[in-house]
Each structure stands twice: as structure tokens, then as C-alpha cells.
Design a protein around this ligand. Sequence first.
Ligand code: ZN
Length: 290
Amino acid sequence: MLGAIEAGGTKIVCAAGPVPGQIHARETFRTAAPTETFQQIQAFFGPYAESGQLEALGLAAFGPVGIAPGAPGYGQVQKTPKPGWTGVDWLDGLAPLACPVALDTDVNAAALGEQALGAGQGCQTLAYVTVGTGIGAGVIHQGRAPSGTGHYEMGHIYPPRSLGDVFEGLCPYHGDCLEGLASGPAIAARWGTDLSSLLADHPAHALEAAYLAQLAVTITLTHMPERIVFGGGVMKTPGLIDRVRAETRRLLGGYVSQGPASGDLGGYIVPPGLGEDSGITGALILASRA
Ligand code: ZN
């Protein structure tokens, strides 16, 4: 049996299944302090481990986290505003389960899941963007997520400000980076509610799409993927993906004249094919490679 953990900013999903795409058991709990979280993980996987069934674990972890095997800090949570999590070592915490562990970021895992079994099937190069508690993006080239000295942090780019937008931004490190301007908490701070609760002609929709399109354009120009999957809670807002497509097309200005990033972008910027399961599916794929 393969084990998968998707550790996000607000919730943690544990799942077990024989192969990626098949989940036989799962449990979801709120992201708590590390000690409590590891107890919950142990409670879920302990019976599999004790009966010798747990072959490997795949972890899709919130960033920033060390993802380069063998490098200093591998498996360790880096500086984070999440209380108690800075410096936590995932591999130490999972060691009692006594099985191989493979880990990557939540967005890289989600990209992996979508590429293998979701909306990115058949794509050699795929990007996955999540817009929720935070904003992040993972890119897959040839079935793997490339990285530099660490994983990419595309949610923290500084987009040009939309005209008249004076919101200071919420990112504790940058203020008005993309995440600071357009994450779910930023929307709530701007408008006092979530995007889905605002009427379709409310300016919040166009503003959100304008910022998210900046990321779509950046990903297009730096990676030229075959497709970009836009997931996360904010993207469930009706009509938002259409607005992001239209604004991305406007910003690209016809510069990309061939391939999937040309035309109306209908098959280029797409919703997840796996619904809520992109990340946990990717974590199962990581486990299968551990
Ligand atoms: Zn930031």
C-alpha cells in the first residue's frame, strides 16, 4: 500500500491506496501545531505500518521546504508564518512509520497529479497554479518538477498594480506581491467576503483576474507550457477562469503567435481534471517513486 500526505496551509489530507489514482482510505484534518499533526498522521498510517503494508510515503508539503535529496535542509520546513512550523523536519516526524519517503511541494505534486491523471494528460510541460490561502505554482517538465537551489516561489512575484488599487497587500514578507494582493485572505481583507459572494459585475472579479493573469503571462513567457491548470478555492468562483483567460490573452498582446498560448486560450488555461484530488494524487505518485 502507498501512503500519501497533502499538507496544506489550512488542512492536511492523509490517504492510502495501491496505485496512484486509487484511494482506499482517506482522512482530512485541520493543520495544527506540528506535534498534534504528527500524532494524527501516525494514527492514520500506524496500522498500515505495523502490519507491514506501508511500502512508501509521498508528501506534498506546503512551502517553503527543502526538496533536494541529500542537500542540507532536505525535508525541513523553512521560515514560515505558520506557528511552530519553522525548522520542523518532516522526515524526523515521519520516521516512526519506517518506510521510504519522497517529498515535493504541494503545487509540484498537484502538477504531477494533473499531468499523470488529470487535465494535463499528454502534456510534456504543464503548470499548476493554486489560488487559495496562498498562491503558488508548480511546473512539470518531462514528468519531473525542476528546481534551482530551492523550489520556485512564483506566487511571490510583484505584479504591476492595477490602476487605482491602493490595497497595501497581506504578504508578511513582501506586502503587495501577488499572494499579498490576490490570495483568498487578500480578497477577504479587501471586500469583507469571498469572491463567489460578490455579484458578477462587482469590480473585485476583474481585479482578481487582472492579477492572476500576470502570473499566467509570467509562466507562459518563462516556461511555455502546453497547458496551465488553475486550481484552489478562489478559482471555484463562477466565471473567474474565463476572465483570467481573456486578460492573459490581452496581456500577451498577440506576442505568442503559435501553439497553445495563442488563440482564445480555452484549452490552455483550464480547471483541474482531478477536482480536489490533484495534490493527494501527486503525493501518491511521489510515493510510487520513493
Ligand atoms: Zn510575498
